[in-house]
Write a protein that binds this ligand. Structure first.
Ligand code: GLC
Length: 580
């Protein structure tokens, strides 16, 4: 009863401000350079784990179609779909064998067309993953390329003939020996693969490769999609003389690999050939090694990409915890570097990370919901385009597999083997992966408390997290104070307040080790956001009287009248206040 009363009062409270807060237009804010992709909230769907429609245990396009009303109900504007192209699935679709077809597990091109139609009918845009740093070794190009040294496709990839000796070492992220050169006896040569052996790197120096990729992009853009996420693209350009790197380079391989020669030329060409001809957004995975690199990718005058996502923030979480002071410093630094020019996406999780609440929050029963809501508050009130990963809106948690047999991610399986080969402590490795592994974020979406969380009637391709019994969309749908409904309120608040998108960011109470407080201000409006990142009470001095609490993750803040500039926050408490 108390809960219901609170919810009614929260709705009343929000509607009190609704007129004022939810009605800004460009002319009233004076904001220039508005773009739909800056104002959008992006929801990432991992198709393999979202919803299975045919009982084979693997999520598919029809499954997504059946959940479009749910997706719409989140209030998001854009869906980013992980790769759905034909693939032998060495890396769950990041190894494409046919860029113009749909992976059999996921359905057909007709399903894809219905998906786009269904999304557009609901006002949702679709961003596709573009995986063109490498293809699958089962792509026709590679089959041709490896068949002989003189094949016309030979230069689609990077080959090093063994008569020249062994090439200088390159580090592979997913290879069992971390060796990026794979010897192929068929032509007595090595080919390059920065990721797995089944993901040979394409040769971007070859203009034919570039034209092929641009054609593929046009094929999808002509089908009506609304954008591309460029997978691992900062690694696409290489110094093809393959010089030796200093010893130990592999510990900082990004420094050597990212932003190679001509990368910007390739992006400019891509922009001219594709982006400039369609109303599509573009986002790069990775933002180079410096702000300068990042700006060079996204400054609009350069006509390359719309935005990039940087890893510095998302990499802060460590198994032993992280320092909030560090977190604040990183996000404030990135914000100020892009305050005037360029644009970034803002995110703390995706399919390459473990779960948001388990990495950056606290997934113990007492704090899971509070901290999941607090982290969502952070993402939705920062400058940049928010990217939110499916399941995080429910506060889904890490599964914490204990045995290697439970894992499906080839990068973990190969690394486990590597650890064994070098006689490292595999138990220690497995312990670390309980925190870090990508499979933590890839367990099936938890729809309800029926068998397999309502994800499939078959055997799921990866285990369902047993906590689906009490963490699932159906339960949260009916609870006005759930993570899910809190997320919807946050999206609404952001969508209706351009100042949260474009406004000036100012860090307050900078040296506070537990509380992250900041204002977002622009054109007559000022929001104050206060977030307690700790599991204990914490005090903050924000220098202004706290009033007009618009949204909070505790259920009693409608009674809270804090007129003084010092406030004691409860564990993981999050407040959004309207100061003017
Ligand atoms: C990107 C993807 C990741 C994939 C890798 C190779 O980092 O996000 O999932 O494994 O590229 O394509």
């Amino acid at each position: 009863m108390k809960r219901i009363l609170f919810s009614i009062s929260l709705v009343l409270l929000i509607s009190l401000y609704a007129k004022d807060v939810f009605s800004q237009t460009e002319s009233s804010t004076g904001i220039t350079n508005r773009k739909w992709w800056k104002e959008a909230v992006v929801y990432q769907i991992y198709p393999r784990s979202f919803k299975d429609s045919d009982g084979d245990g693997i999520g598919d396009l029809k499954g997504i179609i059946s959940k479009l009303d749910y997706i719409k109900s989140l209030g998001i504007d854009v869906v980013w779909l992980n790769p759905i192209y034909s693939s032998p699935n060495d890396d769950n679709g990041y190894d494409v064998s046919d860029y113009r077809n749909i992976m059999k597990d996921f359905g057909t091109m007709a399903d894809f067309d219905s998906l786009v139609k269904g999304m557009h009918a609901r006002g949702i845009k679709l961003v596709m993953d573009l995986v063109v740093n490498h293809s699958s070794d089962e792509h026709e190009w590679f089959k041709q390329s490896r068949s002989s040294r003189t094949n016309p496709y030979r230069n689609y990839y990077h080959w090093w003939n063994a008569d020249r000796g062994k090439p200088a070492p390159r580090y592979s992220l997913f290879d069992v020996n971390h060796d990026a050169w794979k010897y192929d006896s068929l032509t007595d040569a090595y080919y390059l693969h920065y990721f797995s052996r089944k993901q040979p790197d394409l040769n971007w120096e070859n203009p034919q490769v570039r034209m092929e990729v641009f054609d593929i992009m046009k094929f999808w853009a002509d089908k009506g999609i609304d954008g591309f996420r460029l997978d691992a693209f900062q690694f696409a350009a290489k110094d093809t003389s393959f010089p030796a790197f200093p010893a130990g380079y592999e510990k900082r391989f990004q420094l050597y690999y990212a932003m190679g020669p001509h990368l910007h030329d390739y992006l400019k060409e891509m922009n001219k050939e594709v982006f400039s001809k369609y109303d599509v957004m573009s986002v790069a995975e990775g933002a180079g090694n410096s702000f300068e690199d990042a700006h060079d990718l996204v400054d609009p005058v350069r006509k390359e990409l719309n935005m990039a996502y940087a890893f510095e923030g998302v990499d802060i979480a460590k198994p032993q915890g992280y320092r909030l002071l560090h977190f604040k410093e990183v996000f404030s630094r990135w914000d100020s570097a892009f305050a005037k020019n360029g644009w970034l996406s803002i995110f703390l999780s995706n399919h390459d990370q473990a779960r948001l609440v388990s990495r950056f929050g606290n997934d113990s029963p007492a704090f899971r919901e509070l901290s999941a809501k607090m982290l969502a508050t952070f993402i939705m009130t920062m400058r940049g385009t928010p990217f939110f990963y499916n399941g995080d809106e429910l506060g889904m948690t890490n599964i914490r597999f204990t045995k290697i047999q439970d894992y499906r991610d080839m990068s973990i399986i190969n690394e486990y083997q590597h650890q064994k080969n070098i006689h490292a402590d595999t138990l220690k490795f497995l312990e670390l992966e309980k925190f870090e592994s990508r499979d933590n974020g890839r367990t099936p979406f938890q729809w309800d408390n029926s068998a397999n969380a309502g994800f499939t009637v078959g055997i799921p391709w990866i285990q369902v997290n047993p906590n689906y019994k009490y963490i699932n969309a159906a339960i949260e749908e009916n609870d006005p104070n759930s993570c899910l409904n809190y997320f919807r309120n946050l999206v609404k608040l952001r969508k209706n307040n351009l100042v949260l998108v474009y406004g000036k960011y100012k860090l307050l109470d900078k040296d506070n080790p537990n509380v992250y407080a900041y204002t977002r201000e622009g054109e007559g409006k000022k929001f104050l956001i206060i977030l307690n990142f700790s599991a204990t009470n914490a005090q903050t001095h924000v220098g202004v009287a706290i009033q007009n609490i618009l949204l909070s993750n505790y259920n009693d803040n409608n009674d809270r009248k804090v007129r003084q500039p010092v406030i004691v926050l409860r564990p993981y408490e999050a407040l959004i206040c309207l100061l003017k």
